[in-house]
Design a protein around this ligand. Sequence first.
Ligand SMILES: Nc1nc2c(ncn2[C@@H]2O[C@H](COP(=O)(O)OP(=O)(O)OP(=O)(O)O)[C@@H](O)[C@H]2O)c(=O)[nH]1
Ligand SMILES: [Mg+2]
Length: 473
Amino acid sequence: MLVVVEFTSARYKLSPIARQARSVAAMDERARAHASEEDEDWTPSAGDVAQTAASAASPLVSDMDFEASLAEFQELARSAGAQIAAVLVQRRAKPDAATLVGGGKLDEIVATVASTGASLVLFDHDLTPSQARNVEARLPVTVIDRTQLILDIFARHARTREGMLQVELAQLDYSLPRLGGKGKTMSQTGGGIGTRGPGETQLEVDKRKINVRIDRIKQQLEAVRRIRRQQRGRREAVPVPTVALVGYTNAGKSTLFNSLTGAEVLASERMFATLDPKLRQLTLPSRRRILVSDTVGFIRNLPHGLVTSFRATLEEVERAELLLHVRDAASPTLEEQRVQVEAVLEELGVSRKPVLQVLNKIDLLPPDEIFPPDAIPVSGMTGQGLDALLKAIDAALTRDPLMEAEFRIPQSEGRVIASLERGATMLQQRYEGNLVYLKAVGPTSLLERYRRYQWKGAESAHATESDGSAGEI
Ligand SMILES: Nc1nc2c(ncn2[C@@H]2O[C@H](COP(=O)(O)OP(=O)(O)OP(=O)(O)O)[C@@H](O)[C@H]2O)c(=O)[nH]1
Ligand SMILES: [Mg+2]
């Protein structure tokens, strides 16, 4: 499938690193001349704007409904600020080894770029380094594949230092084997066997520079992570369970996070709005406190390197006691998205964690819609269903499950009473002489701490109430 995307330069700029990688990777003599004429770093200029995208119908895409897949890719392109000038589609049993799309289709791309004045060609598929070189050789404009587009979106959305370093690392990793296509051509013009052409020399210099940069980034990342581990160590001294929101990009995780925690995290119709983990404290109906974390969204064919480089960001997911899989109930690709998210969770090694299925955006559905019994329907936008969601979180936290207990505590033990009032929900509370009678629901760890004041377990609560023996100890 192929999309020709037109960009207005005012809104679309490749991130600096993508530009740098490109200017190193893809410049032959012609391109260098072209670039220096107009704009040093190949940023599309006003009249000279566009981009294209393509993908052969390979097994990678065939498992998603074709229309939905195409629509999603266009959404991604728009998230990067692109305007789509044309969409070209190719279906093939097998990708062409040299150019991904067939020769006829490539001619068509060349003609479309010429007729639309597009300045970029975007492929909804990854190009091997040699495919990228071959396709670029035929086109006067920049060619970007699916991974590069996603990396570019990531680059513009990263906010923390760690996020930025991670994206840059992923971009450099991806661009390294893609360097030097044109350099190879140049070295051939440079002469016979054993001679080193000017292009190749430049290429070696470029590769060395990038390798040096990669090492620097890795060191910096390590330093950032060390600090974060220390902070976490401090946090874990007081064990508060973490609940992580996971899900497909645009499912509404940040919106839900905001309405659950009263935070102001950026929620946006742009894909991959959230890249850096956000943590907020939340008190559940049981008074139990938890940390909720909002995370980066997943997407079909998330570039493999990205998953690994975002491992650290996704550490919150790994550490979480419970996952909330937030799903866009109004999406036509609801089921496909679930499969993709579960695949990423598998890759992160967290597929065994307890998960609550949260069907979000129910405000967009008819009111009589029927949901599967294990799903929790909510709307992060309107707040519908949030109470039920909080209760479900309470019930699902198994490390320190909720229990019910009755207490008789001397009034002089004000500290114990206060601690129970803070950490548990009071069902009943009354004075009995110099004792305080409490019936409470709360985390086992808290209620068991005051076991010596417990009177009878929750199981017998009904029996004791009906046989009127509440006054006995
Ligand atoms: N109608 C409706 N729209 C919602 C709801 N929740 C989120 N949205 C919209 O869906 C879009 C995506 O919301 P986000 O909260 O940014 O989604 P996200 O899952 O955090 O996305 P990424 O961070 O990009 O992975 C925004 O335009 C929201 O306004 C909802 O309950 N109902
Ligand atoms: Mg988000």
